[in-house]
Design a protein around this ligand. Sequence first.
Ligand SMILES: C[S@@+](CC[C@H](N)C(=O)[O-])C[C@H]1O[C@@H](n2cnc3c(N)ncnc32)[C@H](O)[C@@H]1O
Length: 207
Amino acid sequence: METLQKKEHWENIYGTKQANEVSWFQQYPKTSMEFIELFSLHKDSKIIDIGGGDSHFVDALLEKGFENITVLDISATAIEKAKARLGQRAENVWWIVADITEFEPEEKYDFWHDRAAFHFLTTEEQADKYVEIANKGIAIGGHLVLGTFSENGPKKCSGLDIKQYSEVSMSAKFEKYFKRIKCITEDHQTPFNTIQNFMFCSFQKEN
Ligand SMILES: C[S@@+](CC[C@H](N)C(=O)[O-])C[C@H]1O[C@@H](n2cnc3c(N)ncnc32)[C@H](O)[C@@H]1O
């Protein structure tokens, strides 16, 4: 799928659905915040949420007092919705509208988070490009947390094909630059009372 088509898809989703009408909605991103706790980040650590959409991850980070947060998404509508929800607090966040596969990081982030964006990169070429971009954008010693549908999860998300990952396949994809720290699976309960099994893995950038 070309960037323009992908962007149209996501602008349409965020332009027509309420936050709790999409399967990935979470009132509180518990698993993601547990990884934040695990890595004992400083309040001024640079954190980026890739494909953050209008997720409440940024709200939870602001609540905890984190001061250097960036949210990147392909959809300008998603970003506008998140900003509107946060009100004045949105001024304390960096916002980037971009396709992750074309992102050229200008910072070295200490914590790179991605819940259910990476899994839309279904070709080896796109996924490998993501790994290279993550490597450029993460500081040495920094952490990467990725959540995708697991091999027991759905094969589609938002009507688009996705690539499922296991602990082994996700680790293999990132092992060129990243050491695996911890992987867990999570049953996400959608607003429609269905279950989606996720694989979350955390990694540390070695050098
Ligand atoms: C399934 S939603 C997950 C949203 C959010 N991470 C969460 O957990 O609530 C996928 C998100 O990734 C974004 N996205 C999809 N492909 C992208 C790409 N190539 N570059 C940047 N963002 C992308 C979508 O706009 C959407 O916000």
